[in-house]
Design a binder for this molecule. Structure first.
Ligand code: THU
Length: 134
């Protein structure tokens, strides 16, 4: 079964979130949006902290919002940043994506200029640690 992903809606949601990013230290605002298997879309932005290590990524916050709002499984992840090349998710976010996505779940990243990179969750984090090991 292949599900049609409304990527433009996802990137619109990511853009609205990016506009609210709290990134006074890095000045690198990021927006992300995830879609669940029930079709709901949840967006997040990065939220930094004066104690830099406490900063939370956009993908992380989008996933946390999905879970709070009842989401269980992710079917798509969209990331939007102002980098010149599409920004791939950091290692921590890859692990968070792996928890709620399958290896074939598509992850797309776009620049402001519309350049896009396409990955799957499994490509981003092969051999991931998961609950099956616990
Ligand atoms: N950041 C994200 O939110 N997502 C990514 O995929 C890469 C990095 C944030 C973390 C930090 O607030 C800023 O971008 C610079 O690293």
């Amino acid at each position: 079964m292949s599900l049609e992903i409304p990527w433009d809606r996802l990137f619109d949601a990511a853009a609205s979130a990016q506009a609210r990013a709290y990134a006074p230290y890095s000045r690198f605002p990021v927006g992300a949006a995830v879609m669940t298997d029930e079709g709901s879309i949840h967006a997040g932005c990065n939220v930094e902290n004066a104690s830099y290590g406490l900063s939370a990524c956009a993908e992380q916050n989008a996933i946390v919002r999905a879970v709070v709002e009842g989401g269980k499984r992710l079917v798509a992840v969209a990331i939007l940043a102002n980098s010149s090349a599409p920004c791939p998710p950091c290692g921590r976010c890859r692990q968070m994506i792996a928890e709620f996505a399958g290896p074939d779940t598509p992850v797309r990243s776009r620049t402001q200029g519309g350049e896009e990179a396409r990955y799957t969750a499994g490509e981003l984090l092969p051999h991931s640690f998961g609950r099956e090991f616990l």
